[in-house]
Ligand binder design. Structure first.
Ligand code: APR
Length: 168
């Protein structure tokens, strides 16, 4: 059974098999968590992203982790929904991001993975709703991954995820 935990920190310092980044469709790199992941993994990450992209919202695609320290071997790039008020299918797209990342991790044979709070930064998804979707989707997606770490960069996200994990 998968163990899901919430931690506060920088996802580029996680010791897991696969790190998820909240990318844009180009997979060429951006700001926020994607900027941090690209800086840590080095310039080959953007080249690898260009080779497999674009990635539509709700989907996920993997590349090597390049300069990230072991045990990290894979970066899973997913593209969240841009928040437009909630009636444009944002919840379904966000759930699909979490589900597809776990499926890709399974295909790669990863046993541990770390997620950022997808779509809650630049893309504007409300943190409390996003946390509930993250936890509900991860709990209901069958997987061989043993450990999932939800990495919160700020205190509010950490609290939202902790509440969602406790209540669901
Ligand atoms: N580690 C973990 N989480 C982080 C880090 C980090 N180093 N840096 C930022 N975050 C957090 C943010 O605080 C936020 O809670 O990641 C969450 C997602 O925020 P964004 O990175 O802005 O991602 P998103 O809202 O999905 O927007 C994606 O931003 O960077 C661009 O190319 C990306 O255009 C795309 C858009």
């Amino acid at each position: 059974m998968v163990v899901i935990e919430v931690v506060r920190g920088d996802i580029t310092e996680e010791n897991v098999d696969a790190v998820v980044t909240a990318a844009n469709e180009s997979l060429l790199g951006g700001s926020g968590v994607d900027g941090a992941v690209h800086r840590a993994a080095g310039p080959r990450l953007a080249e690898a992203g260009a080779a497999i992209g674009p990635c539509p919202p709700g989907d996920a695609m993997a590349t090597p982790a390049f300069d990230l320290d072991p045990p990290v071997r894979h970066i899973i790039h997913t593209v969240g929904p841009v928040w437009e008020g909630g009636d444009q299918g944002e919840a379904e797209t966000l759930a699909s991001c979490y589900r597809r990342c776990v499926q890709v991790a399974d295909e790669l044979g990863a046993r541990s993975m770390a997620f950022p709070a997808i779509a809650t930064g630049v893309y504007g998804y409300p943190a409390d709703q996003a946390a509930r979707i993250a936890v509900a989707t991860l709990r209901s997606t069958p997987t061989r991954v043993k450990q999932i770490r939800l990495v919160a960069f700020d205190q509010e996200t950490c609290e939202r995820l902790t509440v969602a994990l406790r209540e669901q």
